[in-house]
Write a protein that binds this ligand. Structure first.
Ligand code: HEC
Length: 191
């Protein structure tokens, strides 16, 4: 070996040796958790079937009002107690209650900026329930866990994830199925 590079060769050998010792030490010092297990724990449970509870009062006006509130709001951040429909739970301090933000993806009667990611839910009862294409159980299941009949859906999973409880799924179902008065311009045209 060329005399002038001998010290460098020795030095690099020493460096490799030292770092090998350190590397094995570091392995001992850190826990190496199984990442796939962590990912598994973060995944939401698989598609789950639910039956609409018998005490789901679809014609109850208070239930429809709560469902409407949830449909058109993201969460409880901007809630004012005096504006909340009757029976709506007021979240504890520091807690933010998720409401579904259905309007982000769906248009419906009197929606402000209804989204187009999901189908338009206007006149849902007339178009889909009275024609027997859909029923209340279908809507309840769709809101609770939409993946049961549409495995690759973009819609949020609400009951399996516990974002909503059963009563809240009932309320939103009641609202979707209710007959709503649409603010229309027809009246002024007729005049
Ligand atoms: C991120 C977008 C998104 C959000 C938020 C969302 N949906 Fe959907 N929704 C969809 C899409 C996409 C479909 C069509 C695929 C399917 O059936 O899952 C759908 C389908 C539906 C249907 C079935 C219509 C039919 O008869 O086929 C109903 C009912 C419905 N959504 C209600 C709701 C309600 C109520 C909420 C709020 C709790 C909501 N959705 C929130 C995207 C969304």
């Amino acid at each position: 070996m060329n005399k002038s590079i001998r010290p460098f060769a020795f030095l690099s050998f020493a460096l490799v040796a030292v770092s090998a010792v350190y590397a094995s030490d570091i392995k001992k010092a850190y826990e190496m958790p199984d990442a796939s297990k962590i990912v598994q724990d973060d995944l939401i449970p698989s598609a789950t079937k639910f039956t609409m509870p018998k005490d789901c009062k679809l014609d109850d006006l208070e239930s429809i009002a709560r469902g409407k509130y949830m449909f058109h709001n993201l969460n409880s951040k901007n809630d004012k107690k005096e504006n909340l429909p009757k029976g709506m739970k007021v979240p504890k301090k520091g807690e933010v209650k998720p409401y579904g933000n259905c309007v982000a993806c769906h248009n419906i009667e009197n929606a402000i900026g209804g989204g187009t990611v999901g189908p338009d839910l206007s006149n849902y009862k007339t178009n889909f329930v009275d024609t027997k294409v859909r029923n209340a159980q279908f809507v309840y299941q769709k809101i609770a866990d939409p993946r049961v009949d549409a495995p690759t859906t973009a819609m949020t999973v609400n009951l399996t994830t516990k974002l909503f409880d059963e009563q809240e799924v009932c309320d939103v179902t009641a609202y979707v199925l209710s007959v709503k008065k649409e603010k229309s311009t027809k009246k002024s045209i007729k005049k």
